[in-house]
Design a protein around this ligand. Structure first.
Ligand SMILES: CC(C)[C@H](C(=O)O)[C@@H](O)C(=O)O
Ligand code: SF4
Length: 452
């Protein structure tokens, strides 16, 4: 019987039953302090500092601060300083605030080329699933597991089951990877993927650029999946070619052999027709509470949906395109790569942000920021009235000064919309970068397919 890509990677890394070897351990300031403290108390070293990489992202302000000392919020400053000190003490490479390579952990891994096909990758962060876009097995772990991996470079893990989601048809004009994954979660639900590693496949996926593939794998966790994966192919290799940490030459044959065998059997198969999809907008407080931009706020079917509508301040039956917004956030590990910014800039070019709307673009890394500036994207955004920030998690979550106020309605390219996620009382609508950009210009949601 054929093997899935997941089986192959798992088998190559299972060093004892239920114990897997970890090729790459990514670290950020939020989930690592206690892990390092545990090592110190036990008098242990980090087993493979050369297989570990740290960055500061959640707590960094995006106001241009150039060092931890310039972080005004005391708690955030302490958090970042602690990470820097731990990395120094344990010999771990770090791109902290002030570094040209600093950025959101899930943006800098692929950017450096440390994320590679066939690897096992973990990080104390749920959106580690992003890296699966390269044909890696990548997932989030808890702080005690972070300590275990730091100490041993292995992880105890029960093997999840496998699912394949195949997309058929073609994505329509103006419909992006973000819409594809939001639409998928809308169909399978926030627990549709629980217990599974999901491989995304089919012609739609094959045609997606790496950025889109990362967006999809990134949000796998929002559908409950343990990890998302996409088979490595020419696009993967093109992305990796020449990256600072990528092997030279690329072991292309070895990587191609990772692909699921044609007769591989998955525990569950789902088929979705991508042609049916319109641009998506969430109306509630989970990513599964989502409709087409041409749709309306639905009648609540249960107490959870009733509560969501109340929190969101929305009336059933309201056309999505009549919903006015106060803030726009283009950023996060879901949608803050160069291509995302290019797509948003195309919409914004020569236009102005609607009066009363505050809009910001937060590049996922300082490298993305630099490249975008080289292309003049910063100017396009600034001329339109957007704020152009430095890299970090920013308004994806309220752990830094970029928060929305109570009752403020945000068109956001991030991945989570639960109560208070972007600030206490803030109301989040998850959308693609193009949809967020168009909403900034109009002051309400619009269908970018027939908007110009
Ligand atoms: C802070 C971190 C543990 C958290 C995660 O695991 O995802 C964060 O990145 C998030 O997106 O909510
Ligand atoms: S950008 Fe958002 S989702 Fe991604 S790691 Fe940061 S807080 Fe988590």
């Amino acid at each position: 019987m054929g093997k899935t890509m997941f089986d192959k990677i798992w088998e190559a890394h299972e060093v004892a039953e239920g114990l897997i070897y970890i090729d790459l351990h990514l670290v950020h300031e939020v989930t690592s302090p206690q892990a390092f403290e545990g090592l110190r108390l036990a008098g242990r070293r980090v087993r493979r500092p050369d297989r570990t990489l740290a960055t500061a992202d959640h707590n960094v302000p995006t106001d241009g601060a150039r060092s931890a000392a310039e972080i005004r919020d005391l708690l955030s400053r302490k958090q970042v300083e602690t990470l820097e000190r731990n990395c120094r003490e344990f010999g771990i490479p770090i791109f902290s605030i002030g570094s040209k390579r600093q950025g959101i952990v899930h943006v800098i891994g692929p950017e450096l080329g440390v994320t590679q096909p066939g690897m096992t990758i973990v990080c104390g962060d749920s959106h580690t699933s992003t890296h699966g876009a390269f044909g890696a097995l990548a997932f989030g772990i808890g702080t005690s597991e972070v300590e275990h991996v730091l100490a041993t470079q292995t992880l105890r893990q029960r093997k999840p089951r496998s699912m394949r989601i195949r997309y058929e048809g073609e994505l329509g004009y103006g419909v992006t990877a973000k819409d594809l994954i939001l639409g998928t979660i809308g169909r399978i639900g926030v627990d549709g993927g629980v217990g599974y590693v999901i491989e995304y496949a089919g012609p739609v996926i094959e045609r997606l650029p790496m950025e889109g593939r990362m967006t999809i794998c990134n949000m796998t966790i929002e559908g409950g999946g343990r990890a998302g994966m996409i088979a490595p192919d020419d696009r993967t290799f093109e992305w990796l070619e020449g990256r600072p940490a990528a092997p030279d030459p690329l072991p292309v044959d070895e990587w191609l052999a990772l692909r699921s065998d044609p007769d591989a059997v998955f525990d569950r198969e789902v088929v979705i027709d991508a042609s049916e999809l319109a641009p998506q907008v969430t109306w509630g407080t989970t990513p599964a509470m989502v409709v087409d931009v041409t749709g309306r706020v639905p009648e609540p079917r249960n107490p959870a949906e009733e509560r969501a509508l109340e929190y969101m301040g929305l009336e059933p039956g309201t056309p999505i395109q009549d919903i006015a917004i106060d803030r726009v956030f283009i950023g996060s590990c879901t949608n803050s790569r160069l291509r995302d910014l290019r797509e948003a800039a195309e919409i914004v070019a020569g236009r102005k942000v609607a009066p009363g709307v505050r809009a910001m673009v937060v590049p996922g890394s300082m490298q993305v920021r630099e490249q975008a500036e080289r292309e003049g994207l910063d100017k396009i955004f600034r001329d339109a009235g957007f704020e152009w920030r430095t890299a970090g998690c920013s308004m994806c979550l309220g752990m830094n000064p970029d928060v929305a106020g109570p009752g403020e309605r945000v068109a956001s390219t991030s991945n989570r919309n639960f109560e208070g996620r972007q600030g206490r009382g803030a109301r989040s609508h998850l959308v693609s970068p193009r949809m967020a950009a168009a909403a900034a210009i109009e002051g309400h949601f619009v269908d970018i397919r027939n908007w110009n």
